[in-house]
Design a protein around this ligand. Structure first.
Ligand code: SF4
Length: 165
């Protein structure tokens, strides 16, 4: 079972997208193959930010921290989601925990050329802490949470797992 220090950006992102996805992921269930959407995400990541090395914070691995202490993340989706915001907020939380005063997150969406800046406020810090507690509560449940409506599953790498029963 994971503890607070093991909670990473992916856990938090899945918390907001689908609790079942989070539970499966944290319990080590892996789909046989990654979905095309995940592969696209990796391709966008590789081609958009080749100059920057990812920063490893243990459970959290973020794309890039600029000289003004803003966390930069590039996304393959077309528009911002609450999960993206929660993920970058989590990275700021982790950076503050190791003494790096992150100012906030910058989410970039190359597909639609959108950029979103999210300052790291006291409220954001409190939410990041609450998110970690919520991740642990979901993962501790003895059985997997129910499926979402199928329309919400597009692009999820557990699609076959969840819907081939
Ligand atoms: S396929 Fe749907 S229900 Fe299953 S984990 Fe993914 S989003 Fe959740």
């Amino acid at each position: 079972m994971i503890g607070p220090e093991d909670v990473g950006g992916v856990h938090v992102k899945y918390l907001y997208h689908c609790r079942r996805q989070l539970w499966l992921y944290a319990r080590g269930v892996r789909p046989e193959y990654l979905s095309a959407a995940v592969q696209l995400g990796e391709a966008v990541h590789e081609t958009s930010y080749t100059r920057n090395s990812p920063i490893d914070l243990g459970a959290a691995k973020l794309d890039h921290l600029d000289g003004a202490a803003w966390v930069h993340e590039v996304k393959s989706s077309a528009k911002p989601s609450p999960g993206d915001e929660a993920q970058v907020r989590h990275y700021c939380y982790r950076l503050h925990a190791v003494g790096v005063p992150a100012e906030g997150g910058v989410l970039r969406y190359p597909k639609t050329r959108r950029t979103r800046r999210l300052p790291y406020t006291e409220q954001a810090a409190a939410q990041a802490e609450a998110d970690i507690a919520e991740v642990l509560a979901v993962v501790a449940a003895p059985t997997s949470p129910p499926r979402q409506a199928r329309s919400a599953c597009r692009g999820c790498s557990y699609l076959d797992y969840c819907w081939n029963e």
